[in-house]
Ligand binder design. Structure first.
Ligand code: NAD
Length: 258
């Protein structure tokens, strides 16, 4: 049990990496407080945790663009369990349409990507650090960045928002290291989730040709699975990484090594 009795907050718990991480963290003994803007998806994740025998987990509706919502999500952990051990800022949204050029994005597209992908993480880091400082015994933050935040890959504003997450991670790691607060992020390649998919296809298996296309990005030749990212998040969240901070960990089938 790598997270026995730890209290973990995870955003974007309704799907993909967030759902897989919530299930894995709960299996490893954590009490998970999950937030998502999709209440139906988030509650389904909690049902799956219950079904698998997880204990003491809760769903709190949360839009990460609202600092108030994120504050309330973290407050649910501290009021219910008296503390916060792990904050996983995982929500991210995609470019409005695949293949959009830089100049096709208007100011509203930029605002949405920055508000959700960067400011959502900023709010989560801020309120987690406030809780960790009040507790006085360290804490762990795991952010979900992207390989697209490290190299040019896909939509430029999306990459900029994720580069912001990586730099936020590094800066906070240094600023908070003296307090025993660790801050890391994972940087996935192309994951098979609901990300960037039409809503009507949510949770449906992808056609083999699409899985092949996702996998073709990576030297290892397979799509990244949400569970691959959850495994990396677990490593960064637990004491196995107790002397690791400020890293951007690729989970990308070798994409960034090229
Ligand atoms: N899927 C990929 O190929 C890929 C690649 C690299 C990085 N990522 C990153 O991984 C993370 C997880 O993505 P995923 O693939 O699991 O996506 P997903 O779309 O399957 O899940 C995202 C979840 O976030 C929720 N969400 C969206 N906006 C929200 C908001 N404003 N407030 C609260 N919840 C919100 C959604 O309802 C959904 O449950 C994201 O940060 C994404 O940018 C994804």
């Amino acid at each position: 049990m790598l997270l026995d009795d730890k209290v973990a907050v995870i955003t974007g718990v309704g799907s993909g990496v967030g759902r897989a991480s919530a299930l894995l963290f709960a299996r490893e003994g954590a009490r998970v407080i999950g937030g998502d803007v999709r209440e139906d998806w988030g509650k389904e994740t909690l049902r799956l945790i219950d079904e698998a025998g997880g204990r003491g987990c809760r769903f709190v509706p949360c839009d990460v663009t609202s600092e108030e919502d994120v504050r309330n999500l973290i407050a649910a952990a501290t009021s219910e369990y008296g503390r916060l051990d792990v904050m996983m800022n995982n929500v991210g949204v995609s470019t409005p349409r695949p293949g959009m050029s830089f100049e096709e994005h208007d100011a509203a597209d930029w605002k949405r990507l920055i508000d959700v992908n960067l400011m959502g993480v900023v709010h989560g880091c801020k309120h987690a650090i406030l809780s960790f400082k009040a507790q006085g015994d360290g804490g762990v933050i795991v952010n979900t960045g992207s390989a697209a935040g490290m190299v040019g890959w896909g939509g430029v504003p999306y990459g900029v928002s994720k580069a912001g997450v990586i730099q936020l991670t590094r800066g906070l790691a240094i600023e908070n290291a003296p307090l025993g607060i660790r801050v890391n992020c994972l940087c996935p390649g192309a994951i098979d989730t609901n990300f960037a998919m039409p809503p009507e296809t949510a949770f449906q298996p992808k056609p083999p040709a699409l899985r092949e296309l996702l996998g073709s990005h990576h030297p290892l030749g397979r799509p990244i699975e949400a569970e691959d990212c959850a495994n990396a998040a677990l490593y960064l969240a637990c004491d196995l990484s107790s002397n690791v901070t400020g890293i951007a960990l690729p989970v990308d089938g070798g994409y960034l090594a090229r």
